[in-house]
Ligand binder design. Sequence first.
Ligand code: SAM
Length: 401
Amino acid sequence: MDAAPAVEWILACRPGFEGEAAAEGRLALAAHGVPVTEPRIAPGLVRFAFDGPIDRGRLPDPHRLIFARTAWPAFARLSTLDPRDRLTPLLAALDAVAATVGDVWVETADGEEGTALAGFARSFEAATLAALKRARRRDPSSQVLLRVLAASGADLALALDDRGALPPGRGGIPRLRLPRDAPSRSALKIEEAWLTLLSASERVRALAPGMTAVDLGAAPGGWSWQLARRGLAVTAIDNGPLAASALATGRIRHVRADGFRFRPPRPVDWLVCDMVEQPARVARLVADWLARGDAHAALVNLKLPMKKRWEETVGCLVALGDAIDALLPPSVAAAAARPDAPVAGTRFALRARQLYHDREEITVLALPLGRRTRSGPAPGGRPGPTSTAISRRRAPRRSSP
Ligand SMILES: C[S@@+](CC[C@H](N)C(=O)[O-])C[C@H]1O[C@@H](n2cnc3c(N)ncnc32)[C@H](O)[C@@H]1O
């Protein structure tokens, strides 16, 4: 794909979290040696304009940011467009960087302003595709995706992406449907976490029938239900009741207990945790499970109701990372001046994301790096789960959407 230089790097985030996305984007750009400018903020958008074109290869990987859902490395910005003809300037700007494109997405920010533009985005996407076809500039076999961010009807930013490395949906928002028998909307949160925090091959290896999981703060059971649908045997910890559809899976054992006290008799493959509690306390709990080998991997939601959400995120992830010898997400590593590649002894990768289905919270994955031996104890604690549980399981029969 033609790697058109970027004149602007635009991040999409949850409305209200522009400050966190800006702080993170600034750090990520600085860590990549890109001169940092003060971003312009609009609801759901953080826009870093560059003084001159920047080589795309110098921009941070948006998939590894926490508060950005997607990024547009814009090669052109078309502002004050005449609403009677937006296509001529768009095609002229495209001329300079690509002969043909495979597809077009017209995207908007999340929130009220983006919703108000949804109708325009749909019709402009169809019009752009038709114009490209007429000009013989659409080649369905091409991997090049033209992404048009419509900040308003008169302000467009254009970026090119590889169709093979698409964000999960327009605006970085995956279109997931809640099955009718899902116990809660939280079921979508864990599904989105698997989609965005694990690669396709990691999903196959890490979520296989026959594995085991403990779900702390499980009621009414959306996360447990999703794990059970993938064939895992789940111990669901909550003093509250589980939905009938969760219990009907036959793979969930409900234990009424305090999630901060419960420990499994044998190590499990997964610890998942969605308890509404102080994030630092939850991070310490998860660190303790992983460090002692009570769980092999963890997926945890950290609630962020406080004002200094970026600082809290960095503090929690650094403390968790230090406790389990983990590689931090790059922006957190930059904030804490820590290594951004595994060093000797690194046992886990920490990945984190404010998902579309997250509100004032982020979801954090701790995934073991490399393999452990069947007999070898987990460093610093009890033996790990039987054998190299996550890396050696058979591929699951996919039962979920
Ligand atoms: C956000 S809800 C979990 C939703 C769940 N993930 C789902 O998918 O349906 C939080 C749950 O954590 C539980 N909880 C909070 N503190 C807890 C504790 N100390 N021990 C066990 N459960 C706790 C609450 O009872 C509540 O049911």
